[in-house]
Design a protein around this ligand. Structure first.
Ligand SMILES: [Zn+2]
Ligand SMILES: [Zn+2]
Length: 422
């Protein structure tokens, strides 16, 4: 058995006094606290480079930490040793008659497995064994559906791509964002493109349609565009193809959202969805067809001009219900006319938030993209919207998240997270 010191747990009575020593006097950085509801404990981790210190605060009178403090006062509570295979480690210890508190692994924090050894077997020290969780996959491209009143909502995908991590998080320093979105050797983070399929009594709609296949080799390399699995595969998994789509709605006309609307035919560029009407906000069309230096690289004329030539565009003005149960609202911020899409049916609300909250790593109000043309507008809209989304438990579709297609934003003790639904 190979063991490594993971952390040392210290029971504390007074958090401020403990931080005055461990954080301020020793100069250690303290991470956000972690609640362990089953133990009625709040844990504050301090990284010491390799192993950590864990300050343990009781959150209820019946917490094991409360009884520990009564018995022994503040001080060393346990040490945690990491093992590769916890079940095998417990079997080995049991074979040597080592007294265990847990004969079987049980769930610990962050998807780990843990088990305690009795202090009498470890010369007076409570020893926790821990098996780290398997590394999170970097990308998940399964498609998932949910019934939504009269509608069926399906998060599709148009494959993965990567964008510069710095640009994706704007003014947020890398040490903060890279914990949530690890960067590759070219500083890019993993993203997905997830158009939404809405199946309704009135027809089938796509909200955005991915990047498509027109991108030249150099740009494919810059954006790590991988076309092994894309929108055609996702539609096929649903028993559909491009000809089955009646309506394509654009949140905005950036290439990673609407590049998939056109394709190269024998006689040049043609609509990719041959039967579809394309619903585009008139003012967004105006901006996209008159780009300036700052957004020229994102508005590629070949993505949308051929649609108009083919007479396949229906323009609309302002915040409107474009189809029964499908309503758009301008957010501005990212682009002047960027909009999000509300899906309202059977008394429930889902929202496709496009580039307003591109991933689940963008839940904090000021965490906005460097790409945004009007960041203060993004901030104002997002602040109001996320509050409303939490209070009303909206189902949020994240277009660019590499792992989570849809979920509900929760807030506890000022800390936001997403409860994954799809
Ligand atoms: Zn965009
Ligand atoms: Zn985007």
């Amino acid at each position: 058995m190979k063991v490594a010191l993971d952390h040392v747990g210290i029971a504390i009575e007074d958090l401020d006094a403990a931080l005055a020593f461990y954080r301020d006097a020793l100069g250690l950085e303290v991470e956000r606290p972690e609640e362990v509801p089953t133990q009625r404990v709040r844990a504050h981790l301090l990284d010491t480079g390799g192993a950590s210190l864990e300050l343990l605060e009781a959150t209820a009178a019946d917490s094991p930490i409360t009884s520990f403090l009564k018995r022994r006062g503040p001080g060393l509570h346990h040490i945690t040793l990491r093992v590769e295979d916890l079940r095998a480690a417990l079997a080995q210890l049991a074979a040597r008659d080592v007294r265990l508190i847990d004969a079987e692994p049980r769930p610990g924090a962050h998807g780990s497995l843990v088990a305690f050894i009795h202090p009498s077997a470890a010369h007076g020290v409570l020893v926790e064994l821990k098996q780290a969780p398997p590394p999170r996959p970097a990308l998940r491209l399964e498609i998932g559906s949910i019934a939504w009143g009269d509608l069926t909502l399906t998060a599709l995908h148009d494959g993965p791509f990567r964008l510069d991590g710095g640009a994706m998080f704007g003014v947020v320093p890398k040490p903060l964002w890279e914990k949530l979105a690890p960067a590759d050797d070219r500083n890019r983070i993993q993203l997905a493109m997830r158009p939404l399929l809405v199946e309704a009594p009135w027809g089938r709609m796509l909200v955005d349609c991915g990047v498509g296949d027109k991108m030249p080799e150099k740009a494919r390399d810059i954006y790590a565009l991988d076309r092994t699995r894309h929108l055609d595969h996702a539609l096929a998994a649903r028993g559909l193809d491009a000809a089955a789509i009646d309506v394509v709605l654009a949140t905005h006309l950036h290439f990673d959202h609407f590049g998939g609307a056109t394709t190269r035919g024998a006689d040049g560029l043609v609509p990719r969805f041959p039967r579809a009407r394309h619903l585009i906000r008139d003012a967004e069309w105006e901006d996209a067809t008159h780009p300036h230096e700052r957004n020229r690289a994102s508005y590629l004329q070949d993505d949308f001009v051929p649609l108009r030539r083919a007479n396949a565009v229906d323009f609309f003005t302002g915040d409107v219900t474009v189809k029964p149960g499908v309503r758009v609202e301008r957010t501005g911020g990212h682009t002047g006319q960027h909009q999000i899409v509300y899906l309202e049916s059977g008394g429930r609300t889902a929202v496709f938030v496009a580039d307003l909250i591109p991933t689940t790593a963008h839940l904090q109000d000021p965490w906005a993209m460097g790409y945004d043309l009007f960041p203060m507008e993004t901030l104002a809209f997002k602040k109001r919207f996320i509050r409303e989304a939490i209070d009303r438990e909206y189902l949020i579709f994240f277009e660019h998240d590499p792992l989570v297609a849809a979920g509900i934003i929760r807030e506890r003790d000022g800390r936001r997270s997403v409860e994954q639904v799809l």
